[in-house]
Design a protein around this ligand. Structure first.
Ligand SMILES: CC(C)(COP(=O)(O)OP(=O)(O)OC[C@H]1O[C@@H](n2cnc3c(N)ncnc32)[C@H](O)[C@@H]1OP(=O)(O)O)[C@@H](O)C(=O)NCCC(=O)NCCS
Length: 244
């Protein structure tokens, strides 16, 4: 588990990145009873997901296990499970002010929690995708496109992958997901240009606003969130760069 504190508000964010195909949970394979305890009111929805797509259900389970481990490690003992949530809605915990966010890419999973405010995360392993000019046009503001074109191929790929994860993370803060137009969300000047290409890009956005279930676009204003960029290696999180 890694921690950082939001510079302006003092909000503590805790996060963890795992290759969930290799280590589903540090507590071992869950039993049927422990799965019911984990999900709480959300258990029926998980069973329904499993009946349709066992692989997706395994992915959901892996993310929820990591979230509960973060809650437990942070010493937030009360556990009442997850609320049933329809597809495309930000998931929430039962009887809790804790906000959390989960993202998957290939076998990698990134999850983060905050006790107040909101959090959004994203991880991206397919950094080569960011060589495609069509994707750039759909995701960048005019200034970001100009910045990308100043960089050499390798630096551009990794800068764009991080920019993409930052935009996804910010859009997951308030639960509205990709409904927003990424060409309207200017974050390019907040994204560092890496020294070397990194195979996994990731971002965590933290805001004191826009809790799950109460979409609040003010949370997307630039001075209302902090971005962190965890550096993920084969063993999980290696460190992070903080941008405020
Ligand atoms: C949410 C969304 C960004 C996920 O992106 P993705 O690249 O497909 O997948 P990721 O792995 O990055 O994220 C998936 C996780 O995001 C979370 N999530 C789902 N919907 C979410 C939302 N609306 N906001 C924040 N997080 C969300 C879930 O935890 C999910 O993981 P799980 O299925 O294991 O629980 C994308 O599906 C989206 O934008 N959907 C539309 C949402 C929308 O318009 N909602 C309307 C309400 S305003």
């Amino acid at each position: 588990m890694s921690d950082a504190t939001h510079a302006k508000t003092g909000i503590l964010v805790s996060w963890c990145a795992v290759n969930w195909m290799r280590s589903p949970s540090s507590r071992g394979e869950p039993t049927r009873a422990s799965i019911a305890d984990l999900f709480g009111r959300g258990i029926e929805q998980w069973h329904a997901a499993r009946a349709i797509n066992p692989q997706r259900a395994a992915r959901i389970l892996a993310g929820r296990l990591v979230v509960r481990e973060l809650v437990t490690e942070r010493g937030l003992d009360h556990w009442a499970g997850f609320e049933p949530t329809s597809l495309g809605r930000k998931p929430t915990m039962t009887d809790s002010d804790i906000d959390f966010s989960i993202a998957h890419s290939a076998h990698w999973l990134l999850a983060a929690i905050v006790q107040t405010g909101s959090v959004g995360v994203d991880v991206e392993t397919h950094v080569n995708e960011f060589d495609h000019p069509g994707l750039l046009r759909r995701m960048c503001t005019a200034d970001e496109l100009a910045r990308a074109n100043e960089l050499d191929v390798s630096a551009r790929r990794s800068w764009l992958a991080t920019l993409w994860t930052a935009k996804e993370a910010v859009s997951k803060l308030d639960g509205c997901g990709l409904r927003g137009d990424f060409r309207q969300l200017h974050l390019g000047d907040l994204i560092p240009v890496g020294e070397a290409e990194h195979p996994i890009a990731a971002s965590i956005a933290i805001s004191p606003h826009g809790r799950a279930g109460s979409p609040d676009k003010r949370g997307l204003e630039r001075d209302r969130f902090t971005l962190l960029h965890p550096q993920i290696g084969n063993e999980g999180v290696l460190g992070s760069r903080v941008m405020t």
